[in-house]
Design a protein around this ligand. Structure first.
Ligand code: NAG
Ligand code: NAG
Ligand code: NAG
Ligand code: NAG
Ligand code: NAG
Ligand code: NAG
Ligand code: NAG
Length: 921
């Protein structure tokens, strides 16, 4: 049943993948352009511009629609409130032009009746009315490594048909105004014929011709004497002129005061005829004289630009008047731009934004398609807040409340939640949150926490209970959560439900329940206080009994507190590399370092010097590019110090190439019985710490990324060792989709490597995390025995490591199976722990196998015992100055006296602990 659930979740997770949390760097063209054709079926190139679909931002096709009899596609967001944002990768401090197109909205005969805001980040730019349509263009300096382009609901459904992002290298637009955003009001190619844009305009600005009352002029003159411009010559070579004055009236501006930047472009088209001083004019903007006796030729070139600041409302009047007493010719103007200066609005507190986005990513890993998360787009608080958030804008805007209650969330509590420094209340109740409660920093100002009605395990962390401002804590209805509150708890300060599960109703009544609890807290606390004390005593007694047979060592000091990094998913953007880049890095695939089911692995070096392993998928692979990308997105988000991280990928020309950091110490397999093993024996403490590292990596996959990621190919050759011999599990998850030859259905095939294969999985094809546990048990046996899992060169009864080792372990003759190379170099108790763990892992029935968390705990204990022994040995060394060769044997003798090795009649704790069902509550 459980396995079915796991498998189901696994498949759902991969198949229905709606992803927006990894900002992939998508097909950015040579010029650095990003051109998004919303709802396009695929990429295409039109007039030298490469367009990509927007499925990377919004996966669902339901929101796609044909506009205007199928001439245009648009994405229509069916939302009642809030906003939807395209989060685009940008380079901090680089200037950009961004342009969104919102055609007049008519879908299949029905008029869209909507009104919505368009904003860059949180700064509003324009209000789009579907009956008019708009092209909205803004010029901004990127404040971060991403920029949100948002549609903000006002009335009806917001929609968009295309979005274009263009870097403006070296443009002067934002010279004095980097704290503002410029909105394009008008960009006109005076006297021009037809629209001009890329490739003539390197920034892909769109210059529109204007019909006008004035005489057109054109010429093929070019710009002389080093004057520079980014404006296309084609635009400048046309103009309008008049014998007396040119007047351009821009109506329809906002009816409140705004600053505008007006840029006029002049090229003297008659420069063989016109001399300096022959065409002189004054420039007025809204009746204010901006230039006196303006002469294009005055600076020695035939080209000149004028930048003007003006504050205006309603309309702008640009007038160029001939200086009649001096000038022979009337004014000329070739092009102009009018830009509205919009001060940037302050976004939500930067740290809060970063943290809540991390929380979102963490939630998304197991909650794709959750409707609450769908609304989490753009800035968390502005202009309106994400569903479930409450923000406070006293000074800077910060997140003060997070309410995710009754929203069907699964998986662990997103660990980043604890980093929301301004959070006062946190309500996670009535979901399916699993796993342990994260550790809260003491600087947290939380006053109220509700984690009741979930599937949390472990105990209430001291860090949470002791938060200085915490006054309400509900944690009941978590069947597997330890209900104990420490006796040190100052219960007069804290109102709790003491783990009781009495609040049955959810939803609207919740507020009332909490209200009552708060009001009647004095009474409730006294009553509950008694209960708590009783329960706590009982628990304590039970625990003492449990621990009596166990070695109680200074374990908490070193290992059992998981560092926050362990459970931390960082905000990751995975690199997309070009094929050329990969070829350079690998020197055209010069050094082959491995081959596997996936394809070949090459060594390479990135330009920054990082050594990498480059996996190239073989051509026979049948997997589709999109699946590949989906998977990549999920797997690239899984990070743990004991998992080999994915650095990036290349999907050019249907190539499927993955780039990982290079692990300089090879694989555990190499070290145990490969070439490397012949050179230097891997000692027992190192083996133990490698086993623990790998176990932690797998535990992370099984629990954090949850029911989702099962490795399916755990083996010693997939456990890699970095330069400090830290174990990192490789190939996780991805192997799941690497089809084997002849497989018709990649997701159903039984995978694994002979010798490591879980017999139950093999026979039932029911995948579960316990299959990895079996394989890990085999790895433990390899570590203990230094033997390969399958070797048909050995006598028949020794072919299979599992079958050979099991009887010896059962008869407690473990000396028979221990690698002769480490004889005398281990502590017997530590070795026994590992042997017992291995035996439990290779149980034929998966239900009897422990889970990775149990194994991690056991290995931690073993390593502590081993390390304590080493410490002890060192101290003896220093006292007696003993030589190295026989030091272990001396310690062993000493230790034997202190801690007798368990015998078969006295089962070691792991079996009882690992196999016992959870304590009923
Ligand atoms: C325009 O205004 C900015 C400040 O908003 C100022 O720095 C700049 O000098 C002004 N430019 C002109 C031509 O007046
Ligand atoms: C034009 O650009 C060149 C090179 O980019 C530069 O050396 C020159 O000074 C510029 N001229 C002017 C007038 O800005
Ligand atoms: C831009 O200015 C030109 C010339 O005055 C005018 O014909 C055109 O209608 C203006 N465009 C917009 C969008 O206001
Ligand atoms: C326009 O710019 C000036 C100076 O740069 C500034 O003092 C003023 O507040 C701005 N006006 C508006 C409406 O933004
Ligand atoms: C250029 O000069 C010629 C000769 O003087 C004149 O006929 C023509 O109108 C001028 N063109 C412009 C654009 O001023
Ligand atoms: C535009 O400005 C010019 C010069 O200041 C003025 O003569 C003209 O009457 C103005 N036009 C309008 C429509 O206000
Ligand atoms: C949190 O509490 C501490 C001390 O209680 C206080 O100094 C700090 O300003 C508070 N932080 C916030 C964001 O309220």
């Amino acid at each position: 049943m459980m396995e079915e659930l796991v498998y189901g979740a696994l498949r759902r997770c991969y198949v229905f993948f709606i992803l927006c949390f990894v900002i992939l760097l998508p097909s950015i063209s040579a010029q650095g352009f990003l051109s998004i054709a919303c709802c396009a079926e695929s990429s295409f190139t039109n007039n030298s511009i490469h367009w990509v679909p927007d499925d990377q931002w919004f996966r669902d096709r339901k929101s796609c629609s044909n506009l205007n009899k199928g001439n245009e596609r648009a994405r229509i967001f069916d939302i009642e409130s809030g906003k939807r944002c395209y989060s685009l990768a940008t380079i901090k401090d680089q200037d950009y032009l961004i342009r969104g197109s919102f055609p007049v909205g008519e879908t299949e005969g029905a008029q869209l009746d909507s009104l919505f805001g368009v904003s860059i980040g949180v700064t509003p730019l324009h209000l789009v009315n579907s009956s008019e349509g708009s092209v909205v263009e803004g010029i901004f300096q990127a404040a971060d490594s991403y920029t949100d382009f948002c549609l903000v609901h006002v009335k009806g459904d917001p929609y968009i048909s295309s979005l274009e992002l263009r870097p403006l290298n070296g443009s002067a637009y934002l010279k004095d105004k980097s704290s503002s955003i410029l909105k394009l009001v008008n960009r006109t190619d005076l006297g021009g014929i037809g629209e001009t844009r890329y490739p003539e305009d390197g920034y892909d600005r769109i210059w529109k011709p204007a019909s006008s009352l004035y005489s057109p002029a054109n010429s093929s003159v070019t710009i002389h004497n080093n004057a520079n411009t980014t404006v296309p010559l084609k635009v400048l070579q046309t103009a309008v002129t008049d014998s007396n004055q040119l007047e351009f009236l821009q109506n329809g501006l906002d009816n409140e005061d705004y600053n505008y930047t007006v840029i006029l472009y002049f090229l003297e088209l008659n420069d063989t005829v016109t001399r300096i001083g022959q065409r002189v004019f004054d420039i007025y903007i809204n009746n204010e004289r901006k230039e006196d006796n303006f002469d294009i030729l005055a600076n020695g070139s035939n080209y000149r630009e004028g930048f003007y600041n003006v504050t205006a409302k309603g309309s702008l009047n640009l007038t160029l008047v001939k200086v009649s007493n001096r000038s022979e010719f009337g004014p000329i103007c070739n092009a102009f731009e009018i830009l509205q200066v919009r001060p940037r609005d302050l976004q939500t507190d930067y740290d809060d934004v970063i943290v809540i986005k991390k929380v979102k990513e963490e939630l998304l890993m197991l909650n794709q398609g959750n409707t609450l998360i769908d609304s989490w787009s753009g800035d968390p608080c502005l202009p309106d807040h994400w569903q479930g958030l409450t923000c406070n804008s006293n000074g800077s805007t910060v997140i003060t409340d997070l309410d995710l209650s009754a929203s069907k969330f699964q998986g662990p509590i997103p660990p980043s939640i604890t980093e929301l420094t301004h959070l006062k209340t946190l309500n996670l109740s009535d979901n399916y949150f699993r796993g342990e409660i994260p550790t809260f920093p003491q600087s947290s100002n939380l006053t109220s926490v509700d984690i009741s009605k979930n599937e949390l395990v472990g105990s209430l962390p001291e860090s949470l209970i002791s938060l200085p401002d915490l006054s309400i804590l509900y944690y009941g209805c978590n069947p597997q959560l330890d209900n104990d509150l420490p006796s040190s708890l100052n219960s007069s300060k804290l109102t709790t439900d003491s783990g009781a599960c009495q609040r049955k109703s959810s939803g609207p009544t919740k507020g009332i329940v909490i209200g009552t609890a708060v009001c009647g807290s004095a009474v409730v606390t006294i009553a509950l206080g008694t209960v708590i004390v009783c329960l706590y005593r009982q628990k304590l007694m039970a625990r003492r009994k449990c621990n009596r047979n166990r070695l109680v060592m200074a374990k908490n000091l070193v290992f059992s507190i998981p560092s926050t990094d362990d459970v931390f998913v960082k905000s990751i953007s995975i690199q997309t590399y070009t094929l050329e880049y990969i070829e350079i890095a690998t020197q055209k695939y010069k050094t082959l370092i491995g081959e596997g089911g996936f394809g070949s692995v090459y060594q390479g070096t990135l330009p920054d010097g990082q050594e990498v392993a480059v996996k190239v998928r073989s051509a026979t692979s049948t997997q589709g590019t999109r699946e590949f990308e989906n998977e990549l997105n999920l797997l690239s988000a899984i990070r743990h110090e004991n998992l080999v991280p994915l650095l990036g990928c290349c999907c050019e020309n249907d190539q499927q190439i993955l780039v990982y950091p290079f692990m300089s110490n090879g694989s555990l397999q190499d070290r145990l019985y490969g070439e490397a093993a012949k050179r230097r024996i891997l000692d027992w403490p190192t083996r133990l710490s490698i086993a623990l590292g790998a176990a932690r990596g797998l535990m992370y996959l099984h629990t954090y990324a949850g029911r989702c990621v099962i490795h399916r190919d755990v083996k010693s050759s997939n456990i890699l060792l970095d330069n400090s011999m830290c174990a990192k599990v490789a190939d996780f998850g991805f192997s799941k989709y690497a089809p084997q030859e002849g497989d018709s259905n990649a997701s159903l095939e039984v995978r694994g490597t002979a010798g490591y294969m879980d017999p139950e999985y093999y026979s039932t094809q029911q995948l579960s995390a316990k299959s990895d546990v079996f394989s890990f048990g085999v790895v433990l046996l390899e570590i203990i025995s230094g033997r390969e899992p399958l070797n048909i060169q050995r006598p028949r009864n020794e072919w299979s490591l599992v079958e050979w080792a099991k009887p010896y372990i059962r008869e407690s003759k473990i000396d028979e199976i221990i690698d002769p190379n480490i004889k005398g170099g281990y502590h017997a108790e530590a070795m026994w722990r590992v042997v017992e763990a291995a035996l439990a892992c290779i149980e034929p029935f998966s239900a009897y196998r422990p889970c990775m968390a149990d194994i991690v705990r056991e290995l931690e204990d073993a390593l502590i015992i081993e390390n304590n022994a080493s410490e002890y040995m060192k101290s003896i060394d220093s006292i007696y100055s003993l030589g190295g060769s026989n030091r272990y044997s001396i310690v062993m003798e000493k230790k034997m006296v202190l801690m007798p090795t368990p015998t078969t009649s006295e089962p070691s704790p792991i079996n009882t602990q690992a196999l016992a069902p959870p304590e009923p509550r």
